[in-house]
Ligand binder design. Structure first.
Ligand SMILES: C=CC1=C(C)c2cc3[nH]c(cc4nc(cc5[nH]c(cc1n2)c(C)c5CCC(=O)O)C(CCC(=O)O)=C4C)c(C)c3C=C
Ligand SMILES: [Fe+2]
Ligand SMILES: [Fe+2]
Length: 337
């Protein structure tokens, strides 16, 4: 008797290419319970909080997860939409639009690093649909270990559970890519034109991170500075950079966005536009922190006009950029258009 030939899995379709868009994540609902579950996952990621577990755990469970969910749920409540959290809704729309732009040659899914839809589930769906080559695209223009590396960690952790893995490519950061700078410049110009607004200054506000992370060698700060410089050089408006969303007691990157907003009117800047080119989609940090609280800070200090400009989201400029960035990474996997 000869032994049977190994099966060649005729029931498994393969040879397809998948793209997985990944963003940070967001609670399922704007209530303290859902926010606590989301923050619990987010703030136990050692890529995000880089202090020893034994020191952080009691602070997280004893203080942060008791106090912050209520405060954050209020912020989420102010920006929640019929389609859910803005970040979730916009990321879903980006995936749908990209699927349309790329056509049948590629299957597009989206996932969140924390919360739903999760990365492991999205990879499972792509693989089950026959994708044995997958491009993962963390939608952070600037590399930060807390965001980009953490998304990649979650992808590879999910693959660690598989006997038969797909091939993986990851989208590199695109902070200084001409496609990104062109899209930002065009989007900001279109919005200012639509608002019929000539601000005295444009403030480019990026999400902050602990200053120590920069000292340890994370390139995020430099990437943000370069995005801001390249955008500023292309516009006729004086441009400043600042960092927002400070969390905890440690020293974070400076200057702080709220400090700048409070100081501008005293320096004669009363007509201000603000944009957040570190976020690929509007979220609680742009819609609540900047558009509600930031606006209030600026106007209370004597500002007269304040415009918070949208992120690239699923705008035509943003989707063109995303399609081109993705197509470049798919070279050799799908015929190039
Ligand atoms: C775009 C880059 C981001 C970096 C870098 C980043 C670092 C970072 N963030 C926290 C803590 C929080 N961030 C929160 C929200 C949040 N952060 C980003 C992006 C970056 N974070 C986004 C897109 C969002 C919005 C999510 C949404 O649902 O809309 C929050 C939750 C909100 C709140 O309670 O204020 C926290 C907390 C740390 C500690 C950190 C460190 C490097
Ligand atoms: Fe954050
Ligand atoms: Fe730097």
């Amino acid at each position: 008797m000869t032994s049977a030939a190994p099966p060649d899995h005729p029931d498994v379709r393969h040879g397809r290419v998948g793209v997985l868009l990944i963003n940070l994540g967001t609670p399922d609902a704007p209530d303290p319970g859902a926010v606590r579950r989301y923050l619990g996952e987010f703030l136990t990621d050692p890529r995000v909080i880089e202090i020893p577990r034994w020191l952080w755990r009691p602070i997280l469970h004893g203080v942060v997860l008791r106090v912050r969910p209520k405060k954050s749920a209020h912020a989420y409540g102010q920006v929640w939409t019929e389609e859910g959290s803005p970040l979730a809704a916009i990321t879903r729309r980006q995936a749908l639009a990209l699927q349309q732009q790329l056509g049948d040659a590629v299957l597009v899914e989206h996932a969140m690093r924390y919360g739903n839809p999760g990365i492991a589930g999205a990879l499972d769906r792509l693989f089950a649909a026959g994708c044995d080559r997958i491009l993962t695209a963390p939608l952070y223009p600037q590399y930060c270990a807390a965001t980009t590396a953490s998304a990649n960690d979650a992808v590879f952790a999910a693959l660690a559970a598989l006997r038969w893995q797909p091939a993986i490519r990851t989208l590199p950061p695109y902070y200084d890519d001409p496609l990104h700078i062109d899209a930002l410049v065009e989007s900001l110009q279109i919005q200012l034109r639509q608002l019929d607004f000539e601000p005295q200054k444009l403030l480019l506000s990026f999400h902050g991170m602990p200053k120590r992370t920069l000292e340890l060698g994370d390139p995020y700060h430099c990437h943000c500075r370069k995005t801001a410089r390249l955008v500023g050089e292309r516009l006729d408006i004086p441009t400043d950079i600042a960092f927002q969303s400070r969390f905890g007691r440690a020293k974070w990157l400076e200057p702080a966005t709220d400090t700048m907003l409070a100081a501008y009117p005293g320096q004669g800047v009363t007509r201000l536009a603000i944009a957040a080119p570190g976020f690929s989609a509007d979220c609680v940090e742009t819609l609540e922190e900047l558009d509600i609280r930031g606006r209030d800070t600026f106007l209370s200090a004597g500002g007269t006009r304040f415009a918070r400009l949208d992120c690239l989201n699923d705008s035509p400029e943003g989707m063109h950029m995303l399609e081109m960035l993705v197509r470049r990474e798919l070279a050799g996997w799908v015929p190039q258009a």
